[in-house]
Design a protein around this ligand. Structure first.
Ligand code: FA5
Ligand code: MG
Length: 451
């Protein structure tokens, strides 16, 4: 039984893990390939690099409570509303998010559990690791399922003794975080009245202290990862990245609907800045709605794949899903981190497909001005069809040409697909057949006209 996101047949209900049944409606856009991957839970698999990376980070937060088994199906309220996402936020659209029905989604981030975890109020600090789901591009660092770790730390105004202010209590905690000697670029002010404002209920001194605790905690994680990766490089007989190539990290201003001010941490990796996490001071509204109005603090969300790729030098995000022993046997939680040794790289096969977008003019046969706009086209639909047809045999799909006909106004796109297996050489026949099915599905599901 195939479930398609784009026009086609959708089942009346879906059952996830034997007993969780969800009624579907016209919002349903989750393909069976995604549903069937839900039980994999790579972050809990013994000796899987995602699980080892999780444990390494958890070890840097000794007193935080870890939640590692929260269920991936959540309400729109949990994923978006509880976090203050505006009603028209792009993240809510069916082109970006997997829905089961109007009110139910596969979580797009671990922040979906923030409000509930603050409400439970079991510990000052917590970590949540989990699988998350997004309709997204296809390339070596993006996959429709990945893993995030959320972290938060809060302080309670009520539990301070009369002689200690909140900011003093926070600075006392900052002093307990191990010092490091890496070079951190942090060019922006902690807050900025327009770009990155303080919340009215927080003083600048409080935010300064909480931001210091947040940044120092996360820098400590990056240093631990980097040290482990350097030891792995030495063990592999290579020159470690340090000291000739010291670790470079930087803080940049960011925006999230549920934190203010907000920042992102980037690491310089393979000649470019790689975003590894987003974070900020939790919006006080979330605390109030969660029944803990007197708590305040920080939260972060990081991509475990991004960190694991840095840690082990893993070149392609699809590898994490491999069940090939040549991949899995290279990782062990009992041994020191070792660099991943790629098994031979199999040949690539590039193929292009060009097509005219369906336009309302071709549907209606008229030529009014707005009739020329492409109807309902979103690139993520192309990506999903590629995934659906090719599974992990597609490495990369990218737009290589775009063209608007000067007379008819019709738009033509050309996508280049790179077919490559991580495990073997594909035959010409195989890639030809995959590409032909990809082309046909584009016509059937998106109504495009091949050129
Ligand atoms: C978030 O998801 C926020 N929930 C993070 C957050 C939490 C902010 C708490 C503030 C407070 P973002 O969409 O940027 O933010 O994703 C966070 C991290 O997930 C990214 O920095 C990146 O490391 C990783 N990530 C995002 N998209 C992908 C993807 N398609 N594949 C792999 N990793 C990804
Ligand atoms: Mg981001």
């Amino acid at each position: 039984r195939r479930v398609s996101s784009i026009p086609g047949t959708t089942p009346k209900e879906v059952t996830i893990e034997k007993d969780k049944v969800y009624k579907t409606d016209e919002w349903m856009n989750t393909p069976s390939t995604i549903l069937s991957a839900i039980p994999r839970r790579l972050h809990l698999q013994q000796d899987h690099p995602i699980a080892i990376t999780r444990q390494l980070i958890e070890s840097r937060f000794p007193n935080y409570k870890c939640h590692n088994t929260l269920f991936p199906v959540v309400t729109v309220e949990q994923n978006f509303d509880s976090l203050g996402f505006p009603a028209d936020h792009i993240g809510r659209s069916r082109t970006d998010t997997y829905y089961l029905n109007k009110d139910t989604v596969l979580r797009t981030h671990t922040s979906a559990h923030q409000a509930d975890t603050f409400r439970a109020n079991e510990s000052a600090g917590y970590l949540i690791s989990a699988d998350v789901y997004r309709r997204d591009a296809i390339d070596r660092s993006h996959y429709p399922i990945f893993h995030q770790m959320e972290g938060a730390m809060t302080w309670d105004r009520d539990s301070l003794d009369a002689s200690t202010s909140l900011k003093q209590a926070v600075w006392a905690d900052v002093a307990k975080i191990p010092a490091h000697s890496i070079d951190v670029e942090d060019a922006s002010p902690t807050s900025h009245p327009e770009r990155n404002p303080l919340q009215e209920c927080h003083s600048a001194e409080e935010v300064e202290a909480i931001a210091a605790h947040l940044k120092r905690s996360l820098e400590d994680v990056v240093v631990a990862i980097f040290n482990a990766a350097s030891r792995a490089a030495v063990a592999a007989g290579e020159t470690p990245a340090s000291p000739d190539e010291p670790l470079k990290v930087r803080w940049v201003e960011a925006y999230f609907p549920f934190t203010s001010p907000s920042w992102e941490l980037e690491v310089f990796w393979q000649d470019d800045w790689l975003e590894v996490l987003g974070c900020g001071i939790v919006k006080q509204d979330i605390m109030s709605h969660a029944g803990v109005p007197n708590r305040l603090g920080w939260a972060f969300g990081l991509g475990l794949e991004r960190i694991a790729m840095l840690l082990y030098s893993i070149p392609d995000i699809r590898l994490f899903w491999s069940t090939d022993a040549r991949f899995l046997s290279q990782f062990s939680s009992a041994a020191p981190i070792r660099r991943f040794v790629p098994f031979s790289k199999y040949p690539t096969c590039f193929k292009d497909v060009s097509f005219w977008l369906r336009s309302s003019s071709s549907a209606a046969g008229g030529l009014s001005r707005n009739a020329l706009s492409p109807v309902d086209f979103h690139e993520n639909d192309v990506m999903e069809i590629a995934r659906d047809v090719c599974g992990d045999l597609v490495e990369d799909v990218r737009l290589v040409d775009e063209f608007v006909h000067p007379k008819t106004g019709r738009k033509s796109l050309c996508y280049r697909t790179n077919y490559r297996s991580l495990e073997r050489t594909l035959t010409n026949d195989e890639t030809n057949q995959l590409h032909e099915r990809f082309r046909q599905q584009l016509v059937e599901k998106l109504g495009v006209e091949l050129r």
